[in-house]
Design a protein. Structure first.
Length: 206
Protein backbone atom coordinates (compact mmCIF):
# COMPACT_ATOMS: atom_id res chain seq x y z
CA UNK A 1 0.00 0.00 0.00
CA UNK A 2 1.36 3.40 -0.99
CA UNK A 3 2.05 5.97 1.74
CA UNK A 4 -0.87 8.21 0.71
CA UNK A 5 -3.26 5.25 0.66
CA UNK A 6 -1.98 4.07 4.03
CA UNK A 7 -2.48 7.53 5.50
CA UNK A 8 -6.01 7.67 4.06
CA UNK A 9 -6.84 4.26 5.53
CA UNK A 10 -5.53 5.32 8.93
CA UNK A 11 -7.83 8.34 8.89
CA UNK A 12 -10.95 6.27 8.19
CA UNK A 13 -13.24 5.53 11.14
CA UNK A 14 -13.52 1.87 12.05
CA UNK A 15 -17.12 1.55 10.85
CA UNK A 16 -18.64 3.92 8.32
CA UNK A 17 -21.23 3.60 5.58
CA UNK A 18 -19.65 4.56 2.26
CA UNK A 19 -21.87 4.55 -0.80
CA UNK A 20 -22.67 6.10 -4.11
CA UNK A 21 -25.66 8.26 -3.29
CA UNK A 22 -27.78 11.22 -4.35
CA UNK A 23 -30.19 13.37 -2.39
CA UNK A 24 -32.87 10.71 -2.76
CA UNK A 25 -31.21 7.36 -3.53
CA UNK A 26 -28.33 5.12 -2.48
CA UNK A 27 -26.72 2.42 -4.62
CA UNK A 28 -26.12 -1.10 -3.35
CA UNK A 29 -24.70 -4.15 -5.11
CA UNK A 30 -25.77 -7.76 -5.48
CA UNK A 31 -24.65 -10.64 -7.70
CA UNK A 32 -26.95 -13.22 -9.26
CA UNK A 33 -27.15 -15.97 -11.80
CA UNK A 34 -27.66 -14.44 -15.27
CA UNK A 35 -31.11 -16.07 -15.47
CA UNK A 36 -32.26 -13.74 -12.68
CA UNK A 37 -29.86 -10.83 -12.98
CA UNK A 38 -30.50 -10.34 -16.69
CA UNK A 39 -34.29 -9.87 -16.42
CA UNK A 40 -33.87 -7.64 -13.34
CA UNK A 41 -31.53 -5.29 -15.21
CA UNK A 42 -33.64 -5.40 -18.36
CA UNK A 43 -36.89 -4.49 -16.60
CA UNK A 44 -35.45 -2.29 -13.84
CA UNK A 45 -37.17 -4.34 -11.16
CA UNK A 46 -36.85 -7.76 -9.57
CA UNK A 47 -38.84 -10.46 -11.38
CA UNK A 48 -41.40 -12.76 -9.79
CA UNK A 49 -38.70 -15.45 -9.60
CA UNK A 50 -36.79 -13.33 -7.07
CA UNK A 51 -37.51 -15.01 -3.74
CA UNK A 52 -39.15 -12.45 -1.50
CA UNK A 53 -39.47 -14.92 1.38
CA UNK A 54 -35.73 -15.38 1.97
CA UNK A 55 -32.95 -13.16 3.29
CA UNK A 56 -31.08 -11.09 0.73
CA UNK A 57 -27.80 -9.26 1.41
CA UNK A 58 -27.04 -5.84 -0.05
CA UNK A 59 -23.65 -4.13 -0.10
CA UNK A 60 -22.93 -0.43 -0.74
CA UNK A 61 -19.25 -1.26 -1.39
CA UNK A 62 -18.41 -2.19 -4.99
CA UNK A 63 -15.07 -3.74 -4.06
CA UNK A 64 -16.59 -5.75 -1.22
CA UNK A 65 -19.05 -7.09 -3.80
CA UNK A 66 -16.13 -7.96 -6.05
CA UNK A 67 -14.53 -9.85 -3.18
CA UNK A 68 -17.77 -11.73 -2.54
CA UNK A 69 -18.46 -12.68 -6.16
CA UNK A 70 -14.84 -13.08 -7.31
CA UNK A 71 -15.12 -10.36 -9.94
CA UNK A 72 -18.34 -11.97 -11.25
CA UNK A 73 -16.74 -15.39 -11.75
CA UNK A 74 -18.28 -17.46 -8.94
CA UNK A 75 -21.08 -19.83 -9.98
CA UNK A 76 -24.47 -18.21 -9.56
CA UNK A 77 -22.89 -14.76 -9.19
CA UNK A 78 -21.89 -13.99 -12.75
CA UNK A 79 -24.19 -10.96 -13.09
CA UNK A 80 -23.45 -7.99 -10.85
CA UNK A 81 -26.27 -5.53 -10.31
CA UNK A 82 -26.13 -1.94 -9.08
CA UNK A 83 -29.48 -1.41 -7.37
CA UNK A 84 -30.48 2.19 -6.76
CA UNK A 85 -32.87 2.33 -3.81
CA UNK A 86 -34.83 4.96 -1.94
CA UNK A 87 -32.82 6.54 0.86
CA UNK A 88 -35.79 6.71 3.20
CA UNK A 89 -36.22 2.94 2.99
CA UNK A 90 -32.49 2.33 3.40
CA UNK A 91 -32.35 4.61 6.45
CA UNK A 92 -35.35 2.87 7.99
CA UNK A 93 -33.59 -0.48 7.53
CA UNK A 94 -30.48 0.87 9.26
CA UNK A 95 -32.50 2.19 12.21
CA UNK A 96 -34.27 -1.13 12.77
CA UNK A 97 -31.30 -3.41 12.06
CA UNK A 98 -29.84 -5.87 14.54
CA UNK A 99 -26.20 -6.89 14.49
CA UNK A 100 -25.76 -10.41 13.14
CA UNK A 101 -23.30 -11.14 15.97
CA UNK A 102 -23.46 -10.18 19.63
CA UNK A 103 -21.49 -7.04 20.49
CA UNK A 104 -21.34 -6.10 24.20
CA UNK A 105 -20.98 -2.43 23.24
CA UNK A 106 -24.48 -2.56 21.75
CA UNK A 107 -26.32 -5.23 23.78
CA UNK A 108 -25.66 -5.73 27.50
CA UNK A 109 -26.07 -9.49 27.23
CA UNK A 110 -26.72 -12.21 24.68
CA UNK A 111 -30.35 -12.60 25.69
CA UNK A 112 -31.08 -8.96 24.81
CA UNK A 113 -29.30 -9.43 21.47
CA UNK A 114 -31.23 -12.64 20.71
CA UNK A 115 -34.54 -10.92 21.46
CA UNK A 116 -33.80 -8.09 19.06
CA UNK A 117 -32.45 -10.55 16.47
CA UNK A 118 -35.72 -12.48 16.56
CA UNK A 119 -37.81 -9.32 16.25
CA UNK A 120 -35.91 -7.51 13.49
CA UNK A 121 -36.17 -8.42 9.78
CA UNK A 122 -32.84 -6.64 9.15
CA UNK A 123 -29.34 -7.98 9.91
CA UNK A 124 -26.27 -5.77 9.90
CA UNK A 125 -22.62 -6.78 9.55
CA UNK A 126 -19.49 -4.66 9.50
CA UNK A 127 -17.05 -6.44 7.19
CA UNK A 128 -13.48 -5.41 6.31
CA UNK A 129 -13.41 -3.10 3.30
CA UNK A 130 -11.28 -4.33 0.39
CA UNK A 131 -8.63 -2.80 -1.84
CA UNK A 132 -8.22 -3.44 -5.57
CA UNK A 133 -6.40 -6.69 -4.84
CA UNK A 134 -9.37 -7.64 -2.64
CA UNK A 135 -7.18 -7.63 0.45
CA UNK A 136 -8.82 -6.57 3.73
CA UNK A 137 -8.34 -2.97 4.83
CA UNK A 138 -8.15 -1.86 8.49
CA UNK A 139 -11.65 -0.37 8.46
CA UNK A 140 -15.06 -1.85 7.84
CA UNK A 141 -17.98 -1.36 5.48
CA UNK A 142 -21.63 -2.23 5.71
CA UNK A 143 -23.42 -5.38 4.63
CA UNK A 144 -27.17 -5.45 5.23
CA UNK A 145 -29.38 -8.54 5.29
CA UNK A 146 -33.07 -8.07 4.56
CA UNK A 147 -35.77 -10.64 5.27
CA UNK A 148 -39.55 -10.74 5.58
CA UNK A 149 -41.23 -7.40 5.10
CA UNK A 150 -37.86 -5.63 4.65
CA UNK A 151 -36.97 -7.88 1.69
CA UNK A 152 -40.38 -7.34 0.09
CA UNK A 153 -40.12 -3.57 0.47
CA UNK A 154 -36.61 -3.63 -0.98
CA UNK A 155 -37.76 -5.50 -4.06
CA UNK A 156 -41.12 -3.87 -4.65
CA UNK A 157 -41.08 -0.42 -3.01
CA UNK A 158 -37.55 0.88 -2.45
CA UNK A 159 -35.96 -0.08 -5.76
CA UNK A 160 -35.72 2.85 -8.17
CA UNK A 161 -33.41 1.42 -10.86
CA UNK A 162 -31.32 -1.69 -11.56
CA UNK A 163 -28.22 -1.63 -13.77
CA UNK A 164 -26.05 -4.53 -14.93
CA UNK A 165 -22.50 -3.49 -13.99
CA UNK A 166 -20.88 -6.82 -14.91
CA UNK A 167 -18.98 -5.18 -17.82
CA UNK A 168 -17.55 -2.63 -15.37
CA UNK A 169 -16.49 -5.41 -12.99
CA UNK A 170 -14.70 -7.24 -15.81
CA UNK A 171 -13.01 -4.08 -17.09
CA UNK A 172 -11.72 -3.12 -13.64
CA UNK A 173 -10.54 -6.68 -13.03
CA UNK A 174 -8.67 -6.75 -16.34
CA UNK A 175 -6.89 -3.52 -15.45
CA UNK A 176 -5.97 -4.86 -12.02
CA UNK A 177 -4.52 -8.02 -13.57
CA UNK A 178 -2.57 -5.87 -16.03
CA UNK A 179 -1.10 -3.88 -13.13
CA UNK A 180 -2.76 -0.62 -14.15
CA UNK A 181 -4.15 0.28 -10.74
CA UNK A 182 -4.48 3.97 -11.58
CA UNK A 183 -6.83 3.24 -14.48
CA UNK A 184 -8.71 0.67 -12.41
CA UNK A 185 -9.18 3.14 -9.58
CA UNK A 186 -10.46 5.80 -11.98
CA UNK A 187 -13.29 3.47 -13.04
CA UNK A 188 -14.50 2.65 -9.54
CA UNK A 189 -17.88 4.07 -8.50
CA UNK A 190 -17.49 7.13 -6.28
CA UNK A 191 -18.42 5.98 -2.79
CA UNK A 192 -18.66 8.91 -0.39
CA UNK A 193 -19.36 8.86 3.35
CA UNK A 194 -23.09 8.35 3.79
CA UNK A 195 -24.99 10.17 6.57
CA UNK A 196 -26.31 7.02 8.21
CA UNK A 197 -28.87 7.44 11.02
CA UNK A 198 -27.23 7.60 14.45
CA UNK A 199 -29.30 4.56 15.46
CA UNK A 200 -27.27 2.40 13.05
CA UNK A 201 -25.80 -0.38 15.25
CA UNK A 202 -22.08 -0.07 16.08
CA UNK A 203 -21.61 2.95 13.79
CA UNK A 204 -18.42 4.84 14.58
CA UNK A 205 -18.99 8.28 16.14
CA UNK A 206 -19.11 11.13 13.64
Amino acid sequence: MELSAARSAAEEPARRVRARHTAHTVTVYQAYDPSLGGPAARDGRFPAAWKRDRMTWIKPSFLWMMYRCGWATKPGQETVLAVEIDRAGFDDALRTACLSHHDPRVHPDRDAWRQQLAASPVRLQWDPERDLALRPLPYRSLQLGLSGEAARRYADAWTVAITDVTPLAREVHALVRAGDTAAATALLPEERPYPAPPETPALSPA
